[in-house]
Design a protein around this ligand. Sequence first.
Ligand code: C2E
Ligand code: MG
Ligand code: MG
Ligand code: MG
Length: 282
Amino acid sequence: QAKDDGKGVARRFDPARFAEAEQRRNDEDDLRTALAEKQFEVFYQPIVDLDGEHTVGVEALVRWRHPSRGLLPPAAFLDLAEEIGLMPELGIWVLEQACEQAVGWQRDNPSFELNVNLSASQLGSPHLADDIQTVLEQTGIPPYLLVLELTESVALTDLAESARVLGSLKTLGVRIALDDFGTGFSSLSHLGALPVDVVKIDRSFVQAMPDSATGASVAEAVLQIARTFGLAPVAEGVEDADTAARLRELECAQAQGYHFAKPMPAAELSDLLAAQVALERR
Ligand code: C2E
Ligand code: MG
Ligand code: MG
Ligand code: MG
């Protein structure tokens, strides 16, 4: 239907735009239904110590088991979930699931760590600390074994506000990791203002290591910056043995990546941990 847009020009009905808007409404409805019906699953990717290549913990990574489209990665739905305000609820659901699982894994390994991602909107939620406290109490996970990951770009957007919220989380006894570390270099000098314990060296730096001398030097420099701020580095996106060896030489204690293991369902991770225990007892 033609409509006057106020500038005296009649705007025609545009089928392409109409279809786009309808698709968007469908996607939003799908996502709301998914949350109501708990169509999400949590996958777990091992984090290893580079010395013995033992699994010292996991990162929880959400997936959507879509009824018709199959298993969807976070890139397919997280932005929309964030935009339409579903992330606080989805984020806490992931935390709950992951904590329940981790408590089981901690029976065999009392120092087993759990990393869970926080989104920008969760950071802005006034009841974040209370919600996390509730999950800690309900699941009984020791707070010091929970590491909350926040991407550097989010953490550095409003430094004072991030410092305040992260400070309130730290009073719960949990630890904080800066995710995708090194990608927000502009404000890096302000890093000391944040109560952070761990940095996850972004995969772009790690993956550039074997490419060139420059790539290796940049990775080394990023590791050096982490140390300057007294932060424990975890290298992300390690895909081959050479990179792992080089990181070991650079005294990076922990790493994560397809070279060690891909993200997997909880049951598979349980098997992997059991196999590791059996191997150690031999
Ligand atoms: P991230 O937190 O930096 O997680 C690491 C991502 O790198 C994961 O992708 C993982 O599968 C992938 N990865 C790990 N090792 C390798 C490797 O060796 N090579 C390559 N190419 N990739 C590797 P995934 O699971 O698709 O997650 C993507 C992002 O989605 C995460 O990045 C995180 O920012 C976000 N995300 C995932 N789950 C959650 C969640 O529950 N809450 C929030 N707020 N964000 C989440
Ligand atoms: Mg992460
Ligand atoms: Mg990361
Ligand atoms: Mg990343």
